[in-house]
Design a protein around this ligand. Structure first.
Ligand code: 5GP
Length: 197
């Protein structure tokens, strides 16, 4: 039975790096859901790979037509997971990784609970060892202004308080360890794991 795998956690925590590692395990048959956003495309981004880039009008129409599994807004732009995107991967026999912010993740968890489908969902929250490490990581990415770094850290603090909604809470101290824990979760070899500080 194919699953939806939510991976969330503060910006800069290393979700992208973990996902890159996970995709090396071809036998897991993983696909990554591409989100839709109204944010402007960055120079290095590719339509349909990083996001489906859209505008407010199209995004609003899709909200009205109930085409999103979840959506939320960040820093003035909309971001959402299209049901059609997730479904097409599931139909092809893949487990689908959905990387969203914590609000979106909790919306998906609630939706699956309401529809009695929580057995088809693996919810993973990746957390930094501490906020100093997170700040360091965001700063070394070097793509953010001071203001944006402050905004992201404020958001991170809020997000870290919401971890109790997730079956798997993984402190990303060591890439290989984090990846191993997630592989076990995907394979159903562990049902719950909450790393302790
Ligand atoms: P960025 O603009 O840096 O690509 O993403 C900004 C924020 O949007 C990040 O916190 C990211 O996790 C979140 N995000 C990306 N895609 C989605 C989505 O489909 N749904 C929700 N709720 N958040 C998303």
């Amino acid at each position: 039975m194919n699953k939806v795998i939510i991976i969330t956690g503060p910006s800069g925590v290393g979700k992208g790096t973990i996902e890159k590692e996970l995709f090396k395990f071809k036998e897991l048959k993983l696909a990554l859901s591409c989100s839709m956003t109204t944010r402007k495309k960055r120079a290095n981004e590719v339509e349909g790979v990083h996001y489906y880039f859209s505008n407010n009008e199209e995004f609003s129409r899709k909200i009205e037509n109930d085409e999103f599994l979840e959506y939320s807004s960040h820093f003035g732009n909309y971001y959402g997971t299209l049901k059609s995107e997730v479904d097409q991967h599931i139909l092809k026999g893949f487990d689908v990784i959905v990387e969203v912010d914590t609000v979106g993740a909790i919306n998906i968890i609630n939706k699956f609970n309401d529809e009695n489908k929580s057995d088809k969902l693996i919810s993973i929250f990746i957390t930094p060892p501490n906020l100093e490490v997170l700040e360091e990581r965001i700063r070394t990415r070097n793509s953010e202004s001071d203001d944006s770094i402050k905004q992201r850290l404020k958001k991170a603090k809020k997000e870290i308080k919401q971890t109790s909604n997730f079956k798997f809470i993984i402190i990303n101290n060591n890439l290989a360890d984090s990846v191993n824990k997630i592989i076990k979760a995907i394979k159903g070899e562990s049902y719950e794991l909450q790393d302790k500080y």
